[in-house]
Design a protein around this ligand. Sequence first.
Ligand SMILES: Nc1nc2c(ncn2[C@@H]2O[C@H](COP(=O)(O)OP(=O)(O)OP(=O)(O)O)[C@@H](O)[C@H]2O)c(=O)[nH]1
Ligand SMILES: [Mg+2]
Length: 309
Amino acid sequence: MDGAQILIAGVGGLGGAWAQRAHAKTGHDIDLVLIDADETTFASPDAHVIRLGKDLDSAGCAALPPLGEQRMRQAAGVSRTLLDGVEMVILLTGLGGGTGTGAAPEFARQARLSGAIVISIAAIPFEAQEARLKVSKEGLPKLEANSDVCVRLDLDRLAWQARERGTDWRLGASWVEEFVDGLVRTLMRLGLINLDMMDLKTIVGHSGGSTLMVGQGDPNDANSLLEDALSAPLANLSLDGAKACLLQIEGGPGMTVGQVGLIADAFTARFDEDAQVILGARVSDDLKGSIRVVAVVSGLEEKSGLSLV
Ligand SMILES: Nc1nc2c(ncn2[C@@H]2O[C@H](COP(=O)(O)OP(=O)(O)OP(=O)(O)O)[C@@H](O)[C@H]2O)c(=O)[nH]1
Ligand SMILES: [Mg+2]
């Protein structure tokens, strides 16, 4: 997948802020698009911008998802031009408001229509935000239906992690940018064992829930690597019985086949015994004494706790 065309998209206020940080971290060859009805989101000078609605104000879509969806439909022409040639969209959004909840599923739909794989990362509102939680529950199934992989981020867990790290949850607690960076690095580089877009399509083609994991750490400690990946602020996630996985393991020049094997075993131990696992491994000079694992897991059953409370 060398030279894969990847687009990072931020939809709504929170999604826009996260997308800008993720893009700043991954940098160079990746395009960024910010989609909102709220002018304050468009801070980044090197971003493409899709303005939703003619009379821009700072009220966004005022917590009205149908308005966000309708405006996104009206912008389909602009999206089409932007999505031309794009192979993968990494879409970041916060559900519970009007723009993210309404426009994100519609943009995902447009992206898939133009042939891209869509990986969405969607924040679920805080438990205490009852009205927003209700709105998010209406939008989430639409986003899932229009994405190849939809990762749910739990804002309560993210905020907790931000406090631990001394960072701001609104900026993704630095977790969001690390996650996207790990994913993009995996997708941009060819492995020792060649992984490509077709492999990814095979994995995300399995029915059922799907998610992503990113972990980094000591090459000789497969279990803490797995723990690192599982400590992500994902919504109530269990990997038991997963049916398919694309696992990319990237390490420094000293990485051994034995280390790769142990890590693959740890990550797939709780999967279905007939799970389809596609493994890629790659040596990178910038990863001395450390290993990064990115896993796209799919075929998760709904009873695995992936559904919202
Ligand atoms: N507590 C809290 N939650 C927030 C805040 N900003 C965003 N959120 C959460 O993030 C979700 C998405 O918010 P935004 O990205 O601002 O919403 P939007 O998509 O821009 O939607 P509209 O502005 O209504 O068009 C909300 O449902 C909240 O759960 C904040 O300042 N405080
Ligand atoms: Mg907004």
